[in-house]
Design a protein around this ligand. Structure first.
Ligand code: PA5
Length: 396
């Protein structure tokens, strides 16, 4: 269960005018080929196959490698980190990689993987993303070395259904492939094959995840209220939204949120800049600025009730003290509380934030589903690498 508090530590929020809400709903209905993420039943139909594949992977490897970046990485990584006990050794070990160009870290990973029984899930909707393909290219020889003639059976490719280096590679070697449908954008894909397969391998309950999401879909007014409130803050001059967490297990969840909102709304010179804060850690560094610096932001606190009652009381008191203190410097707070960290609650929150990102984009009059800005650096980098004679030809 999730509770939302849009009122304390915040001005009394106005609710979105009915006509505006209706207009947004109507507009969303006309967005053909962009709203596949809304169709949770489509994903439910794939659960059995995903669970069977996950069992096969679990039984046949010591290390499960997930390679991807952005929407093809963050959601699964966020839930994996939030739902696991980091001090328990797990089999298979799950390693997420691919979010930078090959570097020292990858060299070290290669040493670590040498001789180990692996399974690789490489995820990219386009199938061409530089960071993903280069990382895969670097790790493939290791897999071939240990798996010998069986190497093609130890790869799962998650990509689109038509084209791209990964699609071609899967066809050429008859590698198992899961499809990312055209109408599901990268950052809206955690509840699709993109996020569900790695999470099923990690033995997370992907059925509950989808159930939670369905509940959020049935309570969409909450997402409309949150989207409207953050839009009001923006209209009043706030420039940043800080997603505040108290539990480091949620660190990647705020990374996912940053991508969702920045790529959906940072367009036409508009949009709140999303940042993340971990308390108490950041109270002892950025806390000074928050208390006495410029009043650029508002905070959205995301907290899960701690299992230990005393620890929970500590966290709750910290949250109250922080909110009361920061509002003195005109930094208001929105509170979102989960009764525990479980799949159902995260499924709910993911879908709640999907809806909020979509509604908020319409309020700003920017398209929520593209991210053309990301292409600019990619083009420059590809050109520069060509000059250095580093090209992405094909996977071999
Ligand atoms: O939201 C998006 O579409 C992007 O952030 C992508 O997820 C990211 O760029 C990775 O793209 P791809 O899945 O094509 O490798």
């Amino acid at each position: 269960m999730i509770t939302f508090n849009f009122k304390s530590f915040t001005q009394q929020p106005n609710s979105m005018p009915k006509e505006r809400k209706e207009a947004i709903k109507k507009k969303f209905q006309t967005e053909d080929n962009k709203k596949g993420w809304y169709d949770l039943e489509r994903q439910e139909a794939k659960i059995k196959e995903l669970e069977e594949t996950a069992i096969e992977i679990r039984q046949n490897c010591d290390i499960f490698l997930v390679i991807g970046i952005g929407g093809s990485f963050l959601g699964a990584k966020a839930l994996y980190e939030a739902l696991r006990d980091p001090y328990q050794k797990e089999t298979p070990e799950i390693i997420f990689t691919g979010t930078s160009l090959p570097n020292d870290n990858l060299t070290e990973l290669k040493h670590y993987l040498k001789g180990k029984r692996m399974f690789i899930n490489v995820i990219s909707k386009s199938g061409n993303t530089l960071e993903t393909i280069l990382t895969f290219q670097e790790l493939l020889p290791l897999l071939k070395e240990t798996a010998q003639e069986d190497w093609t059976k130890r790869i799962i490719i998650t990509t689109n259904n038509q084209q791209g280096k990964l699609f071609d590679f899967a066809n050429q070697y008859q590698i198992k492939r899961f499809t990312i449908e055209d109408d599901i954008g990268g950052r809206f894909s955690v509840l699709s094959t993109v996020g569900l397969l790695p999470l099923a391998v990690a033995q997370k309950n992907i059925r509950d995840l989808l159930e939670g999401a369905k509940k959020a879909r049935s309570e969409e007014d909450l997402a409309y209220a949150y989207a409207f409130l953050r839009d009001q803050f923006y209209q009043q001059g706030k420039e940043l939204e800080a997603f505040v967490i108290y539990d480091e297990k949620l660190s990647y969840f705020t990374e996912w949120l940053k991508q969702l909102f920045a790529e959906s709304q940072g367009k036409k010179n508009k949009g709140l800049f999303p940042v993340s804060l971990l308390y108490s850690r950041d109270l002892h560094s950025l806390g000074q600025y928050l208390q006495e610096g410029k009043t650029l932001l508002f905070e959205t606190h995301i907290r899960a009730i701690q299992k230990d009652k005393d620890y929970n009381t500590l966290e709750e008191e910290l949250q109250k003290s922080v909110c009361e203190s920061h509002v003195e410097n005109q930094i208001p707070s929105i509170l979102i509380t989960m009764d525990q960290k479980n799949e159902w609650n995260f499924g709910y929150l993911i879908f709640f934030f999907y809806l909020s990102a979509m509604v908020g984009s319409y309020l700003l009059d920017v398209p929520y589903y593209n991210q053309n800005g990301v292409e600019v650096y990619k083009k420059k980098l590809t050109k520069a690498l060509e000059k250095e004679k580093i090209t992405l030809t094909s996977l071999e």
